[in-house]
Design a protein around this ligand. Sequence first.
Ligand code: PLP
Length: 397
Amino acid sequence: MTAKSMMPYVQGNSAIRAMFEEGARLAAEFGKENVYDFSLGNPSVPAPPEVNQAIKDIVDQEDTLLIHGYNQSNSGYEDVRSTVADHLNRLHGTSFTSDNIVMTVGAASGLNVAIKTFIDPGEEILAFAPYFVEYGKYAANHGAMLNAVPADTATFQPNLEELERMISPKTRAVIINSPNNPTGVIYSAETLTRLAEILKAKSEQFGAPIYIISDEPYRELAYDGAQVPYVTKFYDNAIVGYSWSKSLSLPGERIGYLVIPSEIEDFENAKTAANIANRVLGYVNAPSLIQRVVARCIDCSTDVAAYDRNRTDLYEGLTSLGYECTKPEGAFYLFVKSPIDDDVEFCDIAKKYNILMVPGKSFACPGYVRLAYCVSHDTIINSLPAFAKLMDEIRSM
Ligand code: PLP
């Protein structure tokens, strides 16, 4: 019999599958170009040409064991980890070495490794609503509880007063995500300073460290020159999870890393535990070939300008039609206020106009909907008349 613990996921999955099937059905009926699918964060910008070139060069030039073999360390190739550490040091003035880097199977596995390494069953992780829905499942994988800090819907910046109130002796970590999915906000240096002050004081009060786990797959997607401060410079017990899924458009390749700074409490044990977690969770090591690819492409970047154009045109298009939302500072999502109370019903009505969006309820923030604008620019422009009709229907209700 299927495990009881999986049944809530099986039931929940029907909503995602229904959305997926609805997209396929609409595309078959109306043509793909007439369906405005804003549901998935799958980048439309292709990976930079250097990526495919690096794959070819590596296959031609490198030893087959390096390309396809198990890694000697479950944390990944030493030279790749050094390349990542040097890159971070150049960008952020940090002083990481290969010892501080664990290569992971994307951000998703990095978060699981981090939770397995630092959190015991029964302990609590806090996340600021709205947050990436998978966090709760990752916490549950390790017997931990994820609780949502209620959203500050005026700014969608982390609700630090609520956080301070909610922290208990059971709280072992706070997950942050900036630039944020789904709101697109970026946490400022002031916010991180205040967050660090709160966590330091609470760690002292309860006599155990409270970690920051910073989930950063959108780090490079920041617009209008916005800076994304590096969290390890604000707080010692901070772990960073990174991924190339969005920054190089490689979500299917499953590649990322964790930074575990030497300043972290009990560093030597933590580093070894993360290495072992990578193995015992079944990842074993991050994919060998793609580790070597990202090391060669460490200075490459995606076409941020393409997402920026989508951001501006969708934001301006929707707000001029009467939709309410804040202009995102980063990532590639727009978090729009549902014009009716029930965001799930609003998404259902939108399907009549071939518009697919995700209800805010899925991000622990009902009353809003998320649009992933990592689609083609044509989809953005062509969707606006459909959004106009949708608004007309809502106003006539
Ligand atoms: N964290 C956030 C906030 C995300 O939006 C995503 C993917 O959309 C992930 C983690 C997972 O990324 P990855 O593909 O690197 O596992």
